[in-house]
Design a protein around this ligand. Structure first.
Ligand SMILES: Cc1cc2nc3c(=O)[nH]c(=O)nc-3n(C[C@H](O)[C@H](O)[C@H](O)COP(=O)(O)O)c2cc1C
Length: 164
């Protein structure tokens, strides 16, 4: 198998970040990967809100139940689903953010904003948008490890042939 294959299947959520802010270059590279994600009918019904202000990061973290990675990050990207958009596209963009980040040495963790209406208000996004997911970003600490890695269900239990 290729190195790229290995790189993809070894992508993990990492929650331990150094105190260093993301460089402008790294952040731009990650956002470029988000922007180039494929979407349904190429509609690109999304906005990416970059949060770096420390108070804003703490404030955003109030709107989900497992948001410590946002609190610990120096940069979090909130994925805003615009009116008419769909969650599949948002998921693809989030995965591209994570893979691109990893490719340039940046760790990441997807985050659920459980109180998405509050999150929307917090961002000042329009009523028609959905503000449900974010990705926390940061340079990994030396001993950063995936915290919740519990392996995966076996292939027999999730892969089915021709019929469910
Ligand atoms: C849609 C989605 C939402 C997630 N929300 C959170 C979250 O709110 N907080 C968190 O710490 N991790 C969150 N995660 C990370 C998962 O816990 C993690 O991906 C899972 O435990 C598997 O670990 P791994 O990605 O390191 O293999 C989320 C992941 C996904 C895909």
């Amino acid at each position: 198998m290729s190195d790229i294959y290995d790189f993809i299947i070894r992508l993990r959520a990492i929650r331990d970040y150094t105190a260093d802010p993301l460089s402008t270059e790294d952040l731009e590279a990650i956002l470029e990967a988000a922007r180039w994600t494929g979407s349904s009918k190429n509609r690109q019904d999304w906005s990416f809100v970059v949060i770096t202000d420390p108070d804003r990061l703490q404030g955003l973290a109030e709107h989900g139940d497992f948001t410590q990675p946002i609190r610990d990050s120096k940069t979090t990207v909130v994925l805003v689903q615009e009116e008419g958009g769909n969650m599949f596209d948002i998921g693809r963009a989030a995965q591209n953010i994570m893979l691109a980040a990893k490719a340039i040495g940046v760790a990441s963790c997807p985050i659920t904003l459980h109180r998405d209406h509050d999150a929307r208000e917090f961002l000042g996004a329009p009523n028609e948008t959905i503000v449900r997911y974010a990705v926390a970003l940061g340079y990994p600490t030396e001993d950063a490890r995936p915290a919740m890695f519990g392996g995966r269900k076996g292939a027999q239990s999730v892969i089915k042939q021709d019929r469910y």
